[in-house]
Design a protein around this ligand. Structure first.
Ligand code: TYF
Ligand code: FE
Length: 386
C-alpha cells in the first residue's frame, strides 16, 4: 500500500494529504458505450440488469447520424450509442474494438475549467467546451482522451433541470423490468499495454490530480499461468476510482493480454457496480440470464472464516448461500467486502461487470485475486486463449 487512507467517508472532503483540487469531481455522470445495435443493447441492459428507460436521441429527435438510448438505475446512467450510416466515425470504433466503453463522463461544477486545467497539464483534447441548450436550461461539456481511444467527458449540469441533456427527449417505455439493486459505480478499471501502467498512473496524477492509493505487483497477483500488475488511482474525495492494469510475464497468456488482443487497444476492462444486498442482486441477475464466472473451489469457501479474520463475527451472510451463488468474500483492516464477476458481456472477451457490496472494506478484494484469476483462466482455456 503506497498511501494510507486518511478518512473513510465518501463526502466532499479530501481523503488524501496533498490531493490536488484543480479538478473537483462530483462523481461519475454517465458511461457511454459504442455498440453495433443500441436498440438490442438497451433491451439487454433493461431485461438482464434491471436498468430503466430514461432518455432517447435518434431520427425522431433530429439526430441523423447516430441513435443513443440512456438507461438509469439509481445513480448509474448508461448511454448506448450506435451509428446510423457507414460514414459515422463511430463505425471505426466498433470495427476495431467491438462493442465497448467510449466515454467515462465525470460530473463537474465547471466543465470549462476542467478542460483548461487538464489540457494545460498535457491532456489531449477530444472536445473543446460546448454549451448545449433547451427549454430546461444548459449543459456544458468538454472532453479529453485517456488510455487507448477512451475519453473522459466533463459534464456541468448545474443550470439544467431536464431529464438528461439537450438533444435528448424523455423516454417513457411500456416495458419496465424491476431494478436489480444496482446503486452506483464503485470503480472502473482500465487495461493498458505492456509497460504502460506507470505512464498512466503518472498521467492521472499530473493531468487529473489523482493519487495512487493501492498497488498490487505481479508477485502478489499471479497464478500458475499468468500475472498482472494493478494500481488504483483515486480523486481527492474518493468518489472516482480507476484501477489500471497491465499484463506481466507469466507462463501463459495473461487475461490482460487477452483483453488487449481482442479490444486491439487499451480500454475499459470492467465496471464495478455497488449493491446493498449482493445476494438479492445476484439472484435476480442470474434469474434474468446474466452469466457469472463459475465458483472458486471448495477450499476457497472453507478458508473464508480465516480470510475474514477479526471481521468474522461481523459477517451476516451465510457462507453456503454465497457459495451457491459463487460470490466471493475478502476483508481488509476496515471491514469485509463481497464481490462477483460476470463473464464478458460481448463475444470478444473484453468488457465485464463486477457486482460489489462493501461492508466497511475499502480495498479491491486482493485476497480473492488468485481464485478469481484461476476462474478467469479456466474460461480462457475454454476459449483457447490461455
Ligand atoms: O478492480 C479490481 O482491482 C478487482 C480485481 O483483471 C480485479 O476487481 C483486478 C484485475 C482484474 C480483474 C479483477
Ligand atoms: Fe474491480
Amino acid at each position: 500500500m503506497s498511501k494510507e487512507i486518511k478518512s473513510v467517508n465518501y463526502g466532499l472532503e479530501k481523503i488524501f494529504e496533498g490531493a490536488q483540487d484543480f479538478l473537483p469531481l462530483l462523481g461519475t455522470d454517465y458511461v457511454e458505450f459504442y455498440v453495433g445495435n443500441a436498440k438490442q443493447a438497451a433491451h439487454f441492459y433493461k431485461t438482464a440488469f434491471g436498468f430503466q428507460s430514461l432518455a432517447y436521441r435518434g431520427l425522431e429527435t433530429g439526430s441523423k447520424d447516430s441513435v443513443s438510448y440512456v438507461l438509469k438505475q439509481d445513480k448509474i446512467r448508461l448511454v448506448l450509442t450506435t451509428p446510423l450510416n457507414s460514414k459515422s466515425p463511430i463505425n471505426d470504433h466498433i470495427v476495431k474494438h467491438g462493442d465497448g466503453v467510449k466515454v467515462v463522463a465525470l460530473w463537474v461544477e465547471d466543465a470549462r475549467s476542467a478542460y483548461e486545467e487538464t489540457t494545460k497539464r498535457g491532456a489531449k483534447s477530444y472536445m473543446e467546451p460546448v454549451v448545449e441548450k433547451d427549454e430546461f436550461g444548459e449543459v456544458v461539456r468538454s472532453g479529453i482522451y485517456t488510455y487507448g481511444e477512451t475519453v473522459h467527458m466533463f459534464v456541468e449540469r448545474k443550470n439544467y433541470s431536464g431529464t438528461f441533456m439537450p438533444g435528448f427527449r424523455e423516454w417513457k417505455s411500456d416495458y419496465n423490468p424491476e431494478p436489480t439493486g444496482l446503486k452506483y459505480i464503485d470503480h472502473m478499471v482500465g487495461n493498458v499495454g505492456w509497460g504502460q501502467m506507470n505512464t498512466w498512473v503518472k498521467w492521472y496524477e499530473d493531468v487529473m490530480g489523482f493519487e495512487n492509493f493501492l498497488s498490487f505487483d505481479d508477485k502478489q497477483i499471479h497464478t500458475e499461468y499468468s500475472a498482472l500488475m494493478s494500481k488504483v488511482m483515486s480523486n481527492g474525495n474518493g468518489r472516482v476510482k480507476f484501477p489500471i492494469n497491465e499484463p506481466a510475464k507469466g507462463n501463459k497468456r495473461s487475461q490482460i493480454e487477452e483483453y488487449l488482443d481482442f479490444y486491439e487497444d487499451a480500454g475499459v476492462q470492467h465496471i464495478a457496480v455497488a449493491t446493498d444486498d449482493i445476494i438479492k442482486t445476484v439472484s435476480a441477475l442470474k434469474a434474468r440470464g446474466v452469466e457469472f464466472l463459475p465458483p472458486p473451489p471448495q477450499a476457497y469457501y472453507d478458508d473464508i472464516p480465516n480470510r475474514l479474520g477479526v471481521h468474522r463475527d461481523m459477517m451476516k451472510e451465510d457462507i453456503a448461500e454465497l457459495q451457491k451463488l459463487s460470490i466471493m468474500v475478502d476483508a481488509d483492516e476496515e471491514g469485509y467486502l463481497l464481490q462477483i464477476f460476470t463473464k464478458p458481456v460481448e463475444d470478444r472477451p473484453t468488457l465485464f461487470f463486477e457486482i460489489i457490496q462493501r461492508m466497511g472494506a475499502k480495498g479491491f478484494g486482493a485476497g480473492n485475486f488468485k481464485a478469481l484469476f484461476e476462474s478467469i483462466e479456466r474460461e480462457q482455456a475454454l476459449r483457447g486463449t490461455l
